[in-house]
Design a protein. Structure first.
Length: 620
């Protein structure tokens, strides 16, 4: 895992060199093991290395035999060993044992899209083709690794994080109002937007080619379009078992200490189970605990660790949002409202004390139907067929009057009922509303008067939802989440929090072969009645303890509701009423008071405003 940056632009060579060195220096948390550069009259590439494979000769940039191609990569190509044989048979020479070097020769021999499709891994890469004066950028299929770019001085600059791009002098950092609106709508800024008008993110499964002063952007891979019927659940389970085992095997390749995140949930427990059968000796597993037992999963994690015989480490933490919020804002570089970044920060920090690489269960929920809102969507059709008078005059007023719970909301019937009614109404009224929302349109209008909503084609999440509409409601949600929520929220959180501690996190469920299987799998093999992730539970049967199999979904949460009604109450009130805030203070304080009264849980919305305010303060 690493950080990359570079440019292809005219200018004073000394100034360009200094800018690139400063950009790479801003990424040293991602790659503390060494810096490397390549400069030509037309371009510069920089690399901050976290050494994982080929510790002795794997420094970057990497070159082909005649040095006409130079490459920097953030990530791993897990199948590099199987690619090596054909590359050598084609007459190429490899100068290192690095997994990254294989792409240089794939690029030489194949069309770009085909070369990228040969890779199994996670990556953001930049290749300078000196013969053709061409810069090639790409991201992996799921969007595990980030890549930002901007037009600059008639050329192009790029980097793994926004903070590195700021090293290039004169870059326009005006706020993008469309990106701000999308942040308020979803709690994150979806690709291709960044919070800055001039800077963009390369989408997942995307490539960009800069040549002759023009930028071409395309996609080399798409989700399967067809659900395969006529196969038994047992047949699908056997195939998934084989693929997951191989995905874990590939992600265990490393020349540094390695472990597994273990929450005690189904997804991470299956990864730990597979790893324990592939590793000689005891697998190292890691979890964190919290003083509040309603948020603490360590009993289940310990149960799973004992079952597998892993070398298990637990770190009990006390999250301190007031002191940690500025630090998180500095890592994300733009507003990001997923409060589970707080416990993720602690988990990554505790894990990095012992290992350099950790496997995680990320992607299991989005691929196999783990979220309760998927269950709600399956039930929403039946709910919408109830008489409108019954829904509007009896059910919905009753649910609205229920008190908002404190503590972990996943165990609250009141919270589930409120979320179900809101989601069912939203999905029935708007076929493009397949993704969860932070603020609705009326709330944004009240809080930010004059902020213009984006058109339908300016909202990437909505575009993804509408393009998936013909697949049925649940598959529409799965596909939208994979294209937006997963790469722009979940994976951003994991990347920034792990890279803050120079920890590489690998996600076996996001192996593209498993992703393709999941999107060809009939819905009833994912969600059946009250059972979520049916195929994963079938796979785990007889392998994991029954309490793990019977567990429902418990998110990796921060206790925002309790904080905002307790220790952080006055801090939050002051933050919402700060001078010069871009929102209506009266509307924000009204939301705050409704949260305090206990009839509404506005914790996530209030957190989103606090994050935005903190980001603005840091930006100044």
């Amino acid at each position: 895992m690493c950080g990359i940056a570079g440019y292809t632009a005219p200018g004073d060579p000394a100034e360009l060199r200094a800018a690139l060195e400063n950009a790479v220096g801003a990424l040293k948390h991602r790659g503390p093991d060494g810096f490397g550069y390549h400069f030509t009259p037309d371009a510069g590439l920089g690399h901050a290395r976290l050494a994982i494979i080929d510790l002795s000769t794997g420094d970057q940039p990497l070159f082909n035999e005649d040095r006409s191609l130079a490459l920097v990569v953030n990530g791993e190509f897990y199948n590099y060993q199987e690619l090596t044989g054909p590359i050598l048979s084609a007459g190429h020479r490899l100068g290192t044992r690095s997994d990254s070097e294989v792409f240089l020769h794939l690029y030489e021999d194949l069309p770009l899209a085909e070369a990228l499709n040969r890779l199994n891994g996670m990556w953001a890469l930049a290749l300078w083709d000196g013969r053709n004066r061409r810069l090639v950028l790409s991201r992996d299929r799921a969007g595990k690794k980030p890549l930002y770019y901007a037009f600059w001085r008639g050329g192009l600059i790029f980097a793994s994080e926004l903070k590195a791009l700021k090293a290039f002098p004169g870059l326009d950092l005006d706020l993008d109002p469309t990106a701000l609106y999308l942040y308020l709508r979803y709690g994150y800024v979806p690709a291709p937007y960044s919070i800055y008008r001039q800077v963009r993110k390369l989408p997942a499964a995307g490539y960009a080619v800069w040549e002759n002063g023009r930028l071409q952007i395309g996609s080399y891979w798409r989700l399967p379009e067809t659900i395969i019927t006529g196969r038994s659940l047992e047949s699908w389970t056997d195939e998934l078992d084989h693929l997951l085992r191989d995905a874990v095997r590939l992600r265990l390749i490393a020349d540094v200490p390695l472990g597994v995140f273990l929450s005690g949930g189904l997804d991470s427990s299956l990864i730990a189970h597979q790893a324990s059968h592939l590793v000689q000796g005891r697998v190292r597993t890691f979890s964190i605990g919290f003083p509040d037992p309603t948020y603490d999963e360590t009993p289940q994690a310990r149960l799973m660790a004992r079952h597998l015989g892993t070398d298990h480490a637990v770190d009990v933490v006390q999250m301190d949002a007031l002191n940690e919020l500025p630090r998180l804002a500095a890592q994300f570089d733009e507003p990001f409202a997923d409060a589970s970044s707080l416990p993720t920060w602690h988990l990554c920090r505790a894990t990095r004390r012992h290992v350099t690489v950790a496997l995680s269960g990320d992607g299991g929920d989005e691929l196999f139907g783990g979220y309760r809102r998927y269950q709600a969507a399956k039930l929403s059709g039946s709910y919408s067929r109830l008489p409108q008078s019954l829904r509007k005059r009896l059910i919905e007023p009753f649910v609205a009057a229920l008190p908002a719970p404190s503590g972990y909301y996943g165990r609250s019937l009141a919270k589930k009922a409120k979320l179900f009614v809101a989601a069912a109404n939203r999905m029935n009224q708007d076929p493009g509303a397949a993704a969860p929302r932070m603020f609705d349109e009326l709330e944004i209008q009240a809080l930010f008067p004059g902020l213009v909503p984006p058109s339908e084609d300016q909202d990437p999440v909505r575009v993804a939802a509408l393009e998936s509409r013909g697949h049925g409601l649940l598959n529409q949600m799965f596909r939208t989440d994979f294209r937006a929520y997963l790469p722009d929220d979940i994976l951003v959180k994991v990347d920034r929090m792990s890279m803050a501690h120079a920890l590489e996190v690998r996600c076996p469920y996001l192996d593209h072969r498993i992703v393709e299987l999941a999107h060809q799998l009939p819905v009833d093999f994912k969600i059946k009645g009250a059972i979520t992730k049916l195929i994963l539970r079938r796979l785990a049967h007889g392998r994991l303890p029954d309490p793990i199999l019977r567990r429902g979904k418990q998110g990796f949460m921060a206790p925002l509701d309790a904080w905002f009604r307790g220790d952080l109450k006055e801090w939050l009130r002051a933050a919402l009423n700060q001078p010069g805030a871009p929102w209506s203070a009266s509307e924000a304080l009204n939301m705050f008071e409704r949260h305090q009264a206990g009839r509404h849980d506005h914790a996530s919305r209030l957190w989103a405003l606090a994050v935005l305010g903190n980001w603005r303060a840091g930006k100044r």
